[in-house]
Write a protein that binds this ligand. Structure first.
Ligand code: A3P
Length: 304
């Protein structure tokens, strides 16, 4: 397998995707062993593009009968969202964890960073629903930089510019970024009843609409009574960046085999932070690459 190293992490190229070496076994195992159920919901994204937020929103939407979002004992008040929604690529690396995912009661809610084209054929054929969240790739890169720094070996000389060069060549975890996004964009155009395509920036602008849309897509729309009670607004509030960032569960502990601190999942939670990290030339170059790769797809980010 072709390989490279980004921010100190070995990446291997597998079926057109750059995978963190740590998760290659998991991805192969998902491909071979993951058996979707019709009522499964798979949350998909590139790392650092809103996964944690989407997990919180989908979990609290789907579990609201058992756990009303305003309940004082809501799981999201005492657990990190990644503890509520299993990450397949990581967990399928271990046989025991795989069995635990397989034993979960329906409806299961899980997540992956795999390209759509890497998912098992039963999933891509539409056996279960998928919700994908994408983000301006420039902000995703900035977020990745800070996230990786949280576990970067002391004394590393790797810089943001180094990471930027890797990204321009498609070499980021689960990249190339444009291929990952396009794979879900195309799937959502072909099967809108099975794949919902969300944008982080639009969710920030109108989280209430995002939750309503999500609930409808998942087949659990808010009832008139729930609307009157403000259930969707409660979900938005429970899952808001401001509320989640201060919770003890999100400030202690680690997640995944790589041991990322939970607190590194909540940094700024805004759109457009790239302006403070990229020169106009870097932004133009990256926008140009992305624009070219998405050409003809009907999907656009900022015009270069
Ligand atoms: P920033 O680093 O730009 O702040 P992921 O969950 O895919 O790892 O993405 C992490 C990014 O989503 C981080 O972006 C993080 O701050 C942001 N984020 C986490 N929780 C959020 C929330 N509840 N609302 C909005 N953004 C959130």
């Amino acid at each position: 397998m072709p390989s490279t190293t980004m921010i100190g992490f070995p990446l291997l190229r597998y079926q057109g995707s750059w995978l963190l070496k740590t998760w290659v076994t998991g991805v192969l195992s998902v491909q071979r062993r993951f058996a979707p159920r019709p009522d499964d919901v798979l949350l998909a994204s590139l790392p650092k593009c809103g996964t944690t937020w989407l997990k919180s929103l989908a979990f609290s939407t789907m579990a609201r009968a058992a756990y009303p979002p305003s309940a004082a004992d809501h799981p999201l008040l005492r657990l990190n969202p990644h503890q509520c929604v299993p990450f397949l690529d990581d967990l399928f690396s271990s046989g025991e964890a795989t069995k635990a995912v397989e034993a979960l009661p329906s409806p299961r809610l899980m997540n992956t960073h795999m390209h759509h084209s890497l998912l098992p054929p039963s999933v891509t054929a539409g056996k279960c629903k998928i919700v994908y969240v994408c983000r301006d790739p420039k902000d995703g890169l900035v977020s990745m930089w800070y996230f990786a720094k949280s576990i970067m070996p002391a004394g590393s000389t790797y810089t943001f510019s180094d990471m930027f060069e890797h990204a321009c060549h498609g070499e980021t975890p689960n990249g190339p970024i444009w291929d990952n996004i396009l794979s879900y964009w195309r799937a959502s155009r072909a099967h809108p009843d099975k794949v919902l395509f969300l944008r982080y920036e639009e969710m920030l602008l109108d989280p209430g609409h995002a939750v309503t849309n999500l609930a409808r897509f998942l087949g659990v729309p808010f009832t008139a009574a729930e609307e009157a009670e403000g259930t969707s607004a409660d979900i938005v509030e429970l899952c808001s960046f401001k509320a989640m960032k201060v919770l003890p569960a999100n400030n202690t502990g680690t997640f995944t085999m790589l041991g990322f601190p939970h607190r590194s999942l909540f940094r700024k939670g805004v759109a457009g932070d790239w302006v403070d990290h990229m020169t106009p030339e870097m932004a133009r170059r990256f926008d140009g690459i992305v624009h070219e790769k998405l050409r003809g797809s009907g999907l656009t980010f900022a015009a270069p």
